[in-house]
Write a protein that binds this ligand. Structure first.
Ligand SMILES: Cc1ncc(COP(=O)(O)O)c(C=O)c1O
Length: 460
């Protein structure tokens, strides 16, 4: 049995934490020092069972880009599912919840609309086929399967080092680096610029692409036509929030084009507005062969997809990409409702504006002696705050203490953050719909929580 965390004055939450610790393994969650219990949510807020209000700086995990339970999204979702139909018997005539191996008109509409949206954005010309999936890692796996299916003699995959693509199967195989676990011999890792972009202050500065180019050429020299696919994230997310200059990603794409290697862009985390455009391929001037979508795609309903060149996906035969949940009607309804919301409102324009307010607040944190760096997307809605060793405490201890201090906040309001990435980086990724006032107030609360002016948690 796992021991559960307790916070004083949180009887209902502590009871839920105890129950979970008894009936679920701890491996189901990554460690967070707060273990927040969420009773209700709306917009950028969660409320705990004790009634404490938490600004959500995680959006789930970059999922609720439109905020939690947006009213127009919810009503469209229910309408598409037929859940608004009157019912006077034991069953309601509505859309089926499961259409395994069958087809619903809603699925056709969702696939068409998703393709039209992707193609309508700069760089979307290769978006021809939708391979639905039930999670991001599954969609990554299907993207790699499609790349490999076109020529079974080409089995080698390149992946950018310290990326995160999921934990399962091939998605796990292309995650991390060559040193952190037993590796799949088909995968080779390539360098991603990290030192050059360690802090926001380096943003926009050119980097020397020579070493990266030479590394790619050496790999081609070694493996030649055996290289079948290259997978990267637009920015390193789970590995600690590193946001590269566009030229680096364009170099990877050019290398793939030159050698007929499938260029896979994993936007599971970046998609739907995190990078100041609807899709990161537009923001970074790319034209991927396959783009992998997830998280924000369903704004909370679990849905993912690998989308791209038809000639690749058509190399897979009946059933090779099928499973129980992919293209499930509920997922299709969620995707349609999400696409419609982004089309109807200037959510991206709004978030670019609020992004500046948040970034200003994050830069202010650098005046604190235990904050080392801030990194993030230019006018986007995702940052990492890196902590450093200070006053006898390690960077990881400061990062965890910061998460806890923000949760405690001023006692009435707090901020919900996830446990640190790469041990010492705290992710900031509120919903794109956060208002300017909410941004100002929450950044003030964050500064006060970390500087110890609300309570002495982090006082130095
Ligand atoms: C870039 C990226 N790819 C893939 C995944 C895996 O997605 P899932 O957890 O839905 O399997 C994640 C999850 O954090 C991610 O950030």
């Amino acid at each position: 049995m796992t021991t559960s965390l307790h916070h004083s004055g949180e009887n209902h939450s502590n009871h839920a934490r105890d129950t979970i610790a008894k009936v679920e393994p701890r491996s189901l969650r990554t460690f967070t020092p707060t273990q927040a219990v969420l009773a209700r949510s709306a917009g950028v807020f969660h409320w705990t069972p004790e009634g404490k209000r938490l600004y959500d700086f995680s959006s789930g995990v970059l999922v609720a880009n439109l905020g939690h339970n947006p009213t127009s999204w919810l009503s469209r979702f229910k309408e598409l599912m037929g859940w608004d139909a009157p019912s006077d018997g034991p069953y309601t005539e509505a859309l089926t919840l499961t259409a395994y191996n069958a087809i619903t008109p809603l699925e056709a509409e969702a696939s068409e609309k998703l393709l039209a949206t992707l193609r309508g954005e700069k760089g979307g010309s290769r978006m021809q086929t939708v391979m639905w999936a039930a999670s991001g890692s599954e969609a990554v796996q299907k993207a790699i399967w499609a790349a490999m299916a076109r020529d079974k003699t080409r089995e080698m995959i390149l992946a950018t080092r310290f990326g995160f693509h999921g934990k399962k199967g091939l998605a796990g195989a292309v995650t991390g680096s060559e040193t952190d676990k037993e590796r799949d011999p088909r995968v080779r890792f390539i360098s991603f610029p990290m030192a050059e972009i360690i802090d926001l202050s380096k943003r926009g500065q050119p980097i020397d692409l020579g070493p990266y180019r030479r590394e790619l050429e050496a790999l081609y020299h070694q493996f030649g036509r055996r290289l079948t696919a290259l997978i990267t994230e637009p920015y390193i997310g789970g590995g600690g929030s590193y946001h590269p200059p566009a030229e680096y990603l364009q170099l990877l794409q050019a290398f793939c084009r030159e050698h007929d290697i499938v260029f896979i862009l994993d936007e599971v985390q970046a998609n739907f507005g995190r990078t100041r455009e609807l899709f990161a391929y537009s923001a970074y001037g790319l034209e991927p062969d396959i783009v992998v979508l997830g998280k924000g795609l369903g704004n909370g309903v679990p849905v993912a997809a690998a989308v791209g060149r038809q000639d690749l996906f058509s190399c897979m035969d009946f059933g090779e990409g099928s499973d129980t949940w992919s293209a499930n009607p509920m997922c299709c309804a969620a995707v349609l409702a999400t696409l419609e919301e982004f089309a109807a409102h200037d959510i991206i324009g709004h978030s670019r504006h609020v992004s500046r307010v948040i970034e200003e607040g994050l830069i202010r944190l650098k005046s604190l002696p235990f904050v080392a760096h801030v990194r993030g997307e230019n006018e986007g809605m995702v940052w990492g705050v890196e902590f450093k060793d200070h006053a006898g405490k390690t960077a990881a201890e400061w990062a965890n203490a910061a998460v806890l201090a923000c949760y405690q906040g001023d006692g009435v309001d707090g901020i919900h953050l996830l446990g640190p990435l790469a041990k010492k980086v705290v992710r900031i990724s509120p919903p794109l719909t956060m208002s300017e006032i909410e941004a100002r107030e929450s950044m003030e609360l964050m500064f006060r929580s970390l500087s110890g002016t609300t309570r002495p948690v982090l006082a130095v």
